[in-house]
Design a protein. Structure first.
Length: 208
């Protein structure tokens, strides 16, 4: 069985929670793998898959830019490395992002996921909430979505599959080797989305 190297971008955000969820997913799937906290281009270059966690997308992008990590992440994803963007990670992956209140924002974007994102779409921190949602297109019928200063997706390109909506707002998508959610799966005990991502990495690894 192949040994997977799965990175959690560890510049800022929910790093420890994603490490724990990914390790639990590997264990439940009986898949050999290492879950590594990564920051540098050298660390990122050795990965089979990457999770970009929730946090502050502007800070994350600017810090990644400083040590050229953003460039390395982009190159790896363009070379078909699977990536899972969560909340801030969704924003960072997108081609276009605006803030619901202030409009245009000046922040680095990877420009890979063909979506337009609205930051703070459900309100600020005090408006955080949890709700049951469906991700039926990836065979997850019920999932507890944790929305914290969450964005939503206002437009998708032709190659983007919508995998979940909440109140008609798009909150999860898949495009090729990219999956992205507006909510935080690592903040629940349900590891089904992390298992789904590990399976994508395994399939990608086997194609090499």
């Amino acid at each position: 069985m192949s040994e997977l190297n799965i990175g959690i971008l560890s510049i800022q955000g929910d790093v420890a929670e994603n490490v724990a969820s990914t390790e639990a997913a590997l264990k439940e799937l009986d898949q050999i793998g290492n879950v590594i906290q990564v920051k540098t281009p050298q660390q990122i270059s050795k990965l089979d898959g990457l999770i970009i966690p929730g946090g502050e997308s502007t800070t994350m992008g600017q810090l990644s830019l400083v040590n050229s990590s953003l460039k390395q992440i982009k190159e790896k994803i363009e070379s078909d490395m699977p990536v899972f963007g969560i909340c801030a990670g969704l924003i960072l992956l997108s081609k276009n992002a605006k803030d619901k209140v202030i409009g245009d924002i000046d922040q680095p974007l990877l420009n890979l996921l063909d979506v337009k994102v609205e930051r703070n779409s459900f309100g600020r921190q005090r408006d955080s909430f949890e709700v049951k949602i469906s991700l039926e297109p990836v065979n997850i019928s019920s999932f507890n979505g944790v929305f914290i200063r969450a964005p939503s997706i206002s437009e998708v390109g032709n190659d983007v599959q919508i995998i979940s909506k909440y109140h008609e707002k798009i909150v999860a998508v898949k495009q090729g080797n990219i999956i992205a959610t507006a909510f935080h799966p690592e903040l629940t005990t349900d590891i089904s989305l992390h298992k789904y991502f590990v399976n994508i990495i395994q399939q990608s690894f086997e194609k090499k």
